[in-house]
Ligand binder design. Structure first.
Ligand SMILES: [Zn+2]
Length: 68
């Protein structure tokens, strides 16, 4: 163990490629799992994620995030 300070970096954002400043609700983590149980995590800006969510004409707000 050392006294060296380590800076934790989140990102880059998987959508825009820019760094993510740690300020709520960022960084957002996206976790995907395949049907055979393999998983992977990416980090993104909340706004980059929200901008890519569809708002279905027959179900407005269906994909609206609940916490950000
Ligand atoms: Zn982004």
């Amino acid at each position: 163990m050392t006294d060296e300070q380590k800076d934790v970096e989140w990102g880059p954002c998987c959508f825009c490629g820019e760094a993510i400043a740690p300020m709520f609700p960022d960084p957002l983590s996206l976790t995907v799992a395949t049907s055979d149980g393999k998983w992977q995590i990416w980090f993104t800006h909340a706004q980059c994620f929200k901008a890519r969510l569809v708002d279905p004409p027959d179900a407005f707000g269906f994909f609206e995030p609940a916490h950000f």
